[in-house]
Design a protein. Structure first.
Length: 116
């Protein structure tokens, strides 16, 4: 899970862990490939608006790399409607708009994990 807002990172991480998921939290986009190689995640939650990088660009790089292209990515955004980009090259597998309903997010996570 990648978000530069530490409060969101902690709260959402706690909710996901309580729901039975193992969560690796990352607050900087420049370490994402290092962490992917280290942990081999089943899914990536990725905020769009990061202080030093654009989450959409990180998503494109994840999807273009053969080592990570099959990992489902769910983008989270408070300012962008990403539904229209879901079928473009390098697109996320799904997106969630902030503020989001936690049950909706958990449903999307479960759906992506079941499809993988």
């Amino acid at each position: 899970m990648l978000d530069d807002d530490l409060a969101i990172l902690e709260v959402l991480g706690d909710v996901l862990e309580y729901s039975g998921y193992k969560v690796n939290k990352l607050s900087r986009g420049d370490k994402v490939f290092e962490k992917i190689n280290e942990y081999h995640p089943d899914l990536i939650l990725l905020d769009v608006m990061l202080a030093e990088m654009d989450g959409r660009e990180i998503c494109r790089k994840i999807k273009q790399d053969d080592r990570s292209a099959d990992i489902p990515v769910i983008l989270i955004s408070a300012t962008h409607d990403l539904s229209k980009c879901l079928h473009q090259k390098g697109a996320p597998n799904d997106f969630v708009a902030k503020p989001f309903d936690i049950d909706n997010l958990l449903d999307k996570i479960e759906h992506q994990l079941a499809a993988a």
